[in-house]
Design a protein around this ligand. Structure first.
Ligand code: SAM
Ligand code: SF4
Length: 331
């Protein structure tokens, strides 16, 4: 008999799991990591591929259908395509996707496709080389664009999304070039509002460039109309009125979408997080390594998920930024 599906205490069914496979990264994006000085996890602290596979299989048996692999930068984890191939076999998963900064995609696209990756999001914050360098602290835009092209040679990976973090004083100049990129390519472009998950703690409400503001900048040049929102979608999608493609806005700060959130996260060292902004985590690695049965792990997972936060408190007085930054949580 199929076990009861995973629900939280607010009546939301949990069907989307994000697994971070490493806390390490080859970039140092300003809105995520410090320029230097972040301590890495020891290798023995990371969940092994077999441990990740066991937990993902358990989550899938509880009704998780969508799995996204992230980090840190997932492609810096040695032999990462082998993990993708293992997870592609897990029964019950409908959607296996990856979020990457794209730096190693030129090397890995083919192996990832052969392993069974279904969809890929590539993070690119600027289409201008110097601005890209400024934000990521790596002069890597040409390499990332080559990675994107390598992926585009595999039409079975679809859609390929390009995600840009929107920051005031930076992204205003990127809006129209990204719109033109979306209009002239098969890539789906999404802007994500800057969230208070940066290691440098420079976030402030004023640093957020709201999706609506960006949309107005684009709409003035290329008129847009909204496409009805799909359930659980984090993005508001607009199509260009002349029919040439679409563009999306993920607005977690200005328009929180916690009400129908179906997501949970597993960090690289096996901590279950029920919200990006959780102040509390549940360790799964310790019981896993102590020989817990699936039934025991399931009980721990159900209890943690039941406590899932109703909503994030970013816009409320007294909001506390989590101790971990985005790269250590798994965005
Ligand atoms: N390294 C990979 C990458 O950059 O795509 C995967 C991990 S990264 C933490 C996942 C996503 O989180 C990226 O799209 C990144 O731009 C986004 N991100 C990181 N810090 C953020 C922040 N403070 N606010 C909004 N998005 C952020
Ligand atoms: Fe690395 Fe991704 Fe964070 Fe940039 S956003 S520092 S690429 S983990």
């Amino acid at each position: 008999m199929r076990p009861e599906l995973l629900h939280d205490g607010h009546g939301r069914r949990i069907s989307d799991l994000r697994v971070s496979v490493t806390d390490r990264c080859n970039f140092r994006c300003q809105y995520c990591m410090p320029a230097e000085g972040l301590a890495w996890l020891e290798r023995s602290e990371l969940l092994s591929f077999e441990e990740i596979e066991r937990l993902v299989t358990l989550f899938a048996s509880l009704g998780v259908t969508d799995l996204r692999l992230t980090g840190g930068e997932p492609l810096v984890r040695r032999d990462f395509p082998r993990l993708v191939a293992m997870l592609a076999q897990v029964e019950g998963l409908d959607d296996l996707s990856l979020t990457t900064n794209g730096f190693l995609l030129e090397r890995d696209a083919e192996a990832l496709v052969a392993a069974g990756i279904g969809r890929v999001n590539v993070s690119i914050d600027s289409l201008q080389r110097d601005s890209f360098f400024e934000l990521t602290r790596r002069d890597a835009l040409p390499q990332v664009l080559r990675g994107l092209e390598a992926l585009a040679r595999h039409p079975e990976v679809h859609p390929v999304k390009v995600n840009a973090v929107a920051m005031r004083g930076f992204t205003e100049d990127e809006a129209v070039p990204f719109a033109e990129f979306a209009r002239s390519s098969a890539f789906q472009v999404r802007f994500i509002e800057f969230m208070p998950l940066d290691a440098d703690r420079n976030w402030s409400p004023d640093a957020v460039l709201a999706g609506d503001e960006l949309r107005a900048i684009i709409d003035a040049v290329h008129p847009l109309e909204e496409v009805p929102r799909e359930a659980h979608s984090t993005a508001r999608i607009f199509r260009f009125r002349d029919g040439r493609g679409e563009i999306g806005f993920i607005n977690p700060v200005s328009e929180p979408f916690c009400g129908d959130c179906n997501r949970i996260r597993l960090t690289a060292e096996g901590k279950l997080r029920t919200c990006l902004f959780s102040l509390h985590e549940t360790d799964l690695r310790e019981p896993l390594r102590a020989g817990a049965s699936d039934a025991e792990l399931e009980r721990i997972v159900r209890e943690a998920v039941w406590q899932k936060e109703l909503k994030h408190q970013v816009n409320e007085p007294g909001f506390r930024q989590p101790a971990r930054s985005m790269s250590a949580i798994g965005g």
